[in-house]
Design a protein around this ligand. Structure first.
Ligand code: GP9
Ligand code: MN
Length: 752
């Protein structure tokens, strides 16, 4: 019985058009799953994600292959199916090769070779071919070879006047008429299946398509073909908006930013001239954590003591201004002093193609800074692997450069103590002065941490997210203490300006009433005003000799770049920046939120509601007050809409500030970041200013003390470079050997 059924199935696959297309679907599905599990690392976290991943090639496969059912002529239908199959296979294989080199998926601009940022699928990707890649193309190659063989044989037959013969692989051409509406029914089934998967994905990862966190995510949830189609649609849309813009659109922008400019404060201007800049991105870190106690224990004892130091300047009315792009919006504001976009993430949607006047480029060109980002997670999250090039970052040490093992990993990277402890082995080789950003990740929703990592008391609410938040924040605080200790012992502290900032909320508004009692507030009296006050995040500058204190100025992330540039003694006047120096007497203290709400030192304005900051109550409106609020709202609206224009229409391509050399993103290859810094260090010889060189070619990594439990058994050598990047030290050693008469083995110089 069973045998009979199997036979019937085989006959159906062989003898009907729909059966043949189904066979192609199964083959394509199998190949795609092979790619998903053996070539891509998609970071699967739960059974639902596995299920979605396994099913996602089917939805689009059915839709695309169903095209082969429509043509009346059978041959055309078969041919269409085969074309779809070959193109899908090629798309898969091209992505496999590209991914192997760049740990990222091919975008349409990369495929078309018009991207300024991404290297295309060039010769180097082809050199990444592995023996098992044959699996992707074996069937096509075998069929092609068989046809080639028959072709040659047929030439012989033709010469000898014999009739030609072609292979049929046991298939017979099904020329029967398609049953009524069958093609439509199959397509509709495919669409419904795809829609079901998309809706389930959206439940597992809300705002998947609006926020575009990571290309990895879209492939993981929806599949490779939908990602490519989605990317093509977004690219076309962006191109259309850009094509309509011209340099005249820039006039109102320049008019605004020039008149809005705030001159520096003489007592701070240049206070950190020539110093290294070390920015520490405190993930999801809100201001209320500072000074907060749980069960009588300080959540952030280190930061609490840091802000009391005489050479620490911190801000306690500093607000995050992010939208859907969260971390990436914060980074964008800090690096460019322009806002994120209204819908989605500017980094993800526009960061590859847009022109920026980014902090790393400004600092390199004005003051010779070397720049680098350190982040223990996937390089492509928030499209960072492309955007950092557009911003002019010289180096990007992402997850591949860190030793990950299961114990070290978090959803977004590796645990902060390990990540910070591993960073100096790269940091010490950067030429000084350097501009660096270290992105922490442990303090991220769902704020999960093991007992071994944090024995901080439980906050005791009935919300595990809130309880976890204090524990992960405490863990981050301990990690910071270890990092600062290293800065001191290695001598970096005295040459560096360290800046710490919280990127955005960790506790979302819907949880705030549960949080309220811990903050000494009555949950029944909690209002939208209170939510807005929790948009405060820390901003802390620390540098020996800096005039410290707690500053009450109202400001936000948009204001950081002009503040920082002025501390470094670099005027920000010539750049298109929407923020103003927080230390300037002309600073604009109307803080715009991304949704056009705003806060001033006196009022919090949420839509049509105006709250008094001192009472937290709605104000009684007077005509004079109304005039003030209307004026401020207008200024907020202008600022946001001009910034949106700059981003969406890519207006900075029309503006080159005095002396600014536009960044050429194509010049960076972040896979080579280690070999790059090592060979620069080596070729500079005694002129090298890296910490390593200044330390008589001795590594400082042994000075790093951490109590991370993962390192207690010392099985994980964090001072070693991970195998993947170890090869770079080999190649840069041989490069320097051939280019210099003095032969030095770089490996023995900097590995413990
Ligand atoms: C990932 C991390 C998290 O790299 O920056 O981003 P978020 O979810 O906070 O925007
Ligand atoms: Mn974040």
């Amino acid at each position: 019985m069973k045998r009979l059924r199997l036979n019937r199935l085989l006959l159906w696959l062989r003898n009907t058009r729909i059966g043949f297309l189904a066979l192609l679907l199964v083959l394509l599905w199998a190949k795609t799953l092979f790619g998903y599990f053996f070539d891509f690392s998609l970071g699967l976290n739960d059974p639902l994600q596995y299920t979605l991943l396994i099913l996602n090639p089917l939805g689009t496969g059915i839709i695309l292959l169903s095209l082969g059912l429509y043509p009346k002529h059978a041959r055309r239908g078969y041919l269409l199916g085969i074309i779809v199959y070959i193109l899908s296979t090629l798309l898969l294989l091209a992505n496999v090769l590209y991914y192997r080199e760049f740990t990222d998926f091919l975008t349409v601009t990369t495929i078309l070779g018009v991207s300024k940022v991404s290297q295309g699928l060039g010769a180097s990707s082809l050199s990444m071919v592995k023996p098992h890649d044959i699996i992707y193309v074996l069937d096509i190659v075998l069929v092609a070879l068989t046809y080639l063989g028959y072709g040659i044989w047929n030439i012989w037959r033709y010469i000898h006047n014999q009739p030609l013969k072609w292979p049929h692989f046991g298939l017979s051409l099904d020329t029967s008429r398609m049953p009524f509406h069958l093609p439509q029914a199959v397509t509709v089934f495919g669409v419904a299946f795809f829609a079901l998967l998309t809706a389930t994905s959206e439940m597992n990862r809300p705002q998947l398509l609006t926020r575009t966190f990571d290309r990895n995510y879209i492939v993981k949830y929806l599949g490779l073909a939908p990602f490519t189609i989605y990317d093509a649609a977004k690219t076309a849309q962006n191109n259309q908006v850009r094509a309509q813009a011209d340099s005249a659109n820039l006039d109102p922008v320049l008019q605004y930013t020039r008149s809005h400019y705030a001159a520096p404060n003489a007592s701070y201007y240049g206070a950190a001239k020539g110093k290294n800049v070390i920015i520490i991105h405190l993930e999801s870190f809100q201001q209320f954590l500072i000074g907060q106690k749980i069960d009588g224990q300080e959540v952030t004892p280190f930061l609490n003591s840091l802000i009391k130091e005489k050479d620490t300047l911190s801000f306690n009315n500093f607000f995050h201004q992010v939208g859907l792009g969260k971390t990436s919006d914060a980074e964008n504001m800090l690096e460019t002093s322009t806002f994120g976009i209204a819908n989605g993430s500017l980094f993800s949607s526009l960061g590859t193609e847009n022109t920026f006047e980014g902090a790393p480029a400004i600092l390199k060109q004005r003051a010779g800074y070397t720049s680098a980002v350190f982040h223990g997670g996937s390089a492509s999250f928030w499209n960072r692997d492309n955007v950092y090039k557009s911003l002019g970052y010289d180096n990007y040490f992402s997850g591949n450069f860190y030793n990950h093992d299961e114990k070290a990993a978090t959803e977004y990277g590796i645990k902060d103590k390990l990540m910070l402890a591993e960073t100096p082995k790269y940091l010490e080789h950067l030429q000084q002065p350097f501009y660096t950003k270290i992105i922490t990740t442990s303090n991220h929703n769902p704020f999960y941490i093991t007992q071994a990592d944090s024995d901080f008391p439980d906050a005791g609410t009935d919300d595990a997210t809130i309880n976890g938040y204090f524990k992960t924040a405490h863990y981050l605080d301990e990690a910071l203490r270890e990092f600062f200790d290293y800065l001191k012992t290695s001598g970096l502290e005295k040459n560096s300006l360290v800046m710490l900032y919280g990127d955005h909320f960790g506790i979302s508004n819907d949880r705030n009433t549960t949080l309220a009692p811990l903050l000494g507030k009555d949950p029944s009296k909690w209002t939208a005003f209170d939510n807005a006050q929790l948009q405060r995040v820390p901003l802390i500058f620390h540098m020996p000799g800096l005039k410290g204190g707690i500053n009450n100025t109202y400001g936000g992330e948009i204001d950081v770049l002009p503040t920082l540039l002025h501390l470094l003694g670099i005027s920000s006047k010539r750049y298109v920046q929407f923020g103003t120096d927080l230390l300037s007497s002309q600073h604009d203290d109307v803080v715009a939120f991304r949704n056009h709400n705003f806060v001033t030192p006196k009022y919090t304005v949420l839509g049509s509601k105006v709250y008094d900051n001192t009472t937290g109550k709605l104000v009684t409106m007077t005509p004079t007050l109304q005039a003030v609020i209307t004026k401020d709202q207008k200024s907020v609206d202008t600022r946001l809409s001009l910034s949106d224009d700059v981003a969406n229409r890519n207006l900075l391509r029309f503006y080159v500030p005095l002396g600014f050399k536009p960044v050429n993103p194509g010049q960076y290859d972040y896979n080579q970041s280690l070999s790059k810094v090592l060979s620069i260090e080596h070729s500079l010889g005694s002129k090298s200013t890296s910490l390593y060189s200044k330390n008589n070619d001795q590594s400082t990594t042994n000075l790093y003390q951490t109590d991370a439990p993962e390192l207690a058994d010392d099985t994980q050598p964090i001072t070693d470079f991970p195998e993947k990047v170890q090869a770079q030290t080999d190649s840069s050693a041989s490069e320097s050997e051939s280019s210099s008469s003095e032969t030095v083995d770089i490996r023995t110089k900097q590995i413990k």
